[in-house]
Every structure is written in structure tokens, then in C-alpha cells.
Design a protein around this ligand. Structure first.
Ligand SMILES: [Zn+2]
Length: 79
């Protein structure tokens, strides 16, 4: 006996053009993860700072000699 020959619509095409970030649910092109494989986010919810600037700020806030590294950073910028 022949099975019914109904023609079902194919599944809907993917709604999103880009993959969805599991953290912020934004469409993204890049997923960042740690060396352990933990997902850190995408280009929309992860940002980077200049390490020298970050270190200068950290030292400025907590260091015993707050101006030294910052001055070194400023010298580096003007070099
Ligand atoms: Zn994200």
C-alpha cells in the first residue's frame, strides 16, 4: 500500500544570517573563548583595552608609586 504522498513544506530557513552569541543573543561573527573552552562572548559583548593603559590605570589606583608606570606609558605613547 502506498503511503500518503502529501507534500510537506520544507523546514523554515534559518531566521538569522549570523550565529547567535550564547551570552548576549546578538548576531555575531566571532565567538571568544578561553583556552579551557569556556565561552566568553562575542565581538558585541567582549571588549579589549590597551594593556599598557589598563596597567597604568591599575597602578594609578592601587600602586604605591602611582605615577611611575603611567609616566612610562605616556613616554611610550609619545615616542
Ligand atoms: Zn555576545
Amino acid at each position: 500500500m502506498m503511503s500518503n504522498n502529501y507534500c510537506f513544506d520544507p523546514p523554515d530557513p534559518p531566521e538569522h544570517k549570523y550565529p547567535i552569541c550564547p551570552l548576549c543573543n546578538a548576531e555575531c561573527e566571532t565567538i571568544y573563548h578561553s583556552c579551557d573552552g569556556d565561552i566568553l562572548g562575542c565581538e558585541h559583548c567582549v571588549s579589549s583595552v590597551d594593556a599598557w593603559e589598563w596597567q597604568a590605570e591599575e597602578e594609578k589606583n592601587a600602586g604605591p608609586d602611582p605615577d611611575r608606570l603611567y609616566d612610562e606609558y605616556m613616554d611610550r605613547q609619545s615616542a
